[in-house]
Design a protein around this ligand. Sequence first.
Ligand code: F6R
Length: 264
Amino acid sequence: MRVIIKKNYEEMSKEAAEIIKNLIQKKANCVLGLATGSTPVGLYKELIRMHKEEGLDFSQVITFNLDEYYGLSPEHPQSYRYFMDVNLFNHINIKKENTHLPDGKVPIEKIEQYCESYEDMIKKAGGIDLQVVGIGGDGHIGFNEPGSSLNSRTRLVALDEQTIRDNSRFFEKIEDVPRFAITMGVGTILEAREIIFLANGKKKASIVAKAIEGPITSQISASVLQLHPKVTVILDEEAASELKRKEYYKFVYEAEKRIGLKLF
Ligand code: F6R
């Protein structure tokens, strides 16, 4: 794992945007895996800036999002489709038909078949080149709550109480938070060729330390990223504050700049 510690949220977001920009410039029709939530908002702002000011071209880029609340239509202001449109897609030259999120309104009897078809679409697009993930307070990536199989695939899941509480900040009242979601599985996420793992703020410090430096366990889905050969963890100082090997990560990052190579 590369672990990059930036002094604040803005710097964290810029570092992540640079990685995505470099990929798009190398492979115009790359496939990006995207996340929602508070964490990647700054990254999306920076990508919009790069598009507007530097002409970063998204016209051939394809995207697949990690998850969607089950029961919310794309027009619902708290749906992840709505979030992606408002925070990124509406402001760049991506083709809407190239952007994919799980459909939160699939009838329950068609869910399994639908989840398989989401996986098929990813495969047909050539697989995900670069996946962005955040981490939930309970260690989830996507909506893979504690206990998710490390080989899990796209499926319907029940949200953990902590996730419902954490995400209630976006809803008028806690009762409005959906109890279920469709999410890519841990196994699906691990198939991406490269992964960027973002976290910021003091509230994430303890779970980040467990995910990066603790044992691999299905109780903290993010810990499985330790098995992936190409993960870049980008944190702000606060989220990095409980890491034991902080000084080593900083040393490696400086060394990378000297030798001009990424050290995973
Ligand atoms: C969102 C997602 C979630 C979030 C996580 C962190 O698509 O898959 O795993 O990344 O819940 O959320 P924030 O960024 O709001 O703290």
